[in-house]
Design a protein. Structure first.
Length: 168
């Protein structure tokens, strides 16, 4: 049996923090599906198509074993995460835990998802030390105000963000 995990998020945009979780999660399951949420109530800069394509581009660039890399899929989903997990036959949800402040929200979400789909468990990976404070919205704010975000996001994503704020 294939052990499939889903790593869901908004990824608007993908940061080094997310990439760190993707790399580590890919090594503990047979297949990792990065699930890009299409209908969140957050205000989103990039379309789900753009976010999926940015994530795929960065995964291609990772220096991971080709066997591991080909087991990482990226796709967008609408509706409930538990329904998406059911469709792709995922057995676990992967979430990154950055700080104590994440815990309450993550605990609520994991418990709600468990109630909705009891055979689906959430596994938490602690964010790496260098990235534990990174958040997509802060990255966006720094770019909007003219700051440099190359240590938070890959260079291609930093450029996309810069372009976005130049044109909007
Ligand atoms: N490193 C760096 N940043 C991280 C991170 C990590 N390891 N983990 C999370 N973050 C950041 C994200 O970039 C995000 O930043 P932002 O708020 O500034 O955009 C922030 O932390 C919060 O992230 P997260 O809690 O993962 O929210 P999200 O918006 O990325 O994802 C979904 C939430 C999509 C998983 C959730 O809303 C969902 O499942 N939606 C589907 C509908 C559903 O089923 N709802 C019921 C859920 S119980």
């Amino acid at each position: 049996m294939k052990y499939i995990a889903v790593y869901p998020g908004t990824f608007d945009p993908l940061t080094y923090g997310h990439l760190d979780i993707i790399i580590r999660a890919s090594k503990i399951c047979d297949e990792l599906v990065v699930g890009v949420a299409d209908n969140t109530n957050k205000s989103i800069l990039f379309s789900s198509k753009q976010r999926v394509s940015m994530i795929k581009q960065q995964i291609n660039k990772l220096s991971l074993d080709e066997d591991i890399k080909k087991n990482i899929k990226v796709c967008s989903f609408v509706g409930l995460l538990t329904d998406f997990a059911r469709n792709i036959e995922a057995k676990i949800i992967i979430r990154g835990l950055r700080a104590v402040s994440d815990f309450e929200y993550e605990f609520q979400m994991a418990s709600t998802n468990k109630r909705l789909k009891p055979d689906l468990d959430t596994v938490f990976l602690t964010a790496s030390e260098q990235q534990h404070f990174v958040a997509s919205s802060l990255v966006k704010e720094v770019v909007r105000l003219g700051g440099d975000v190359k240590s938070f996001v890959p260079i291609e994503i930093a450029k996309e963000l810069k372009n976005y704020f130049k044109n909007n």
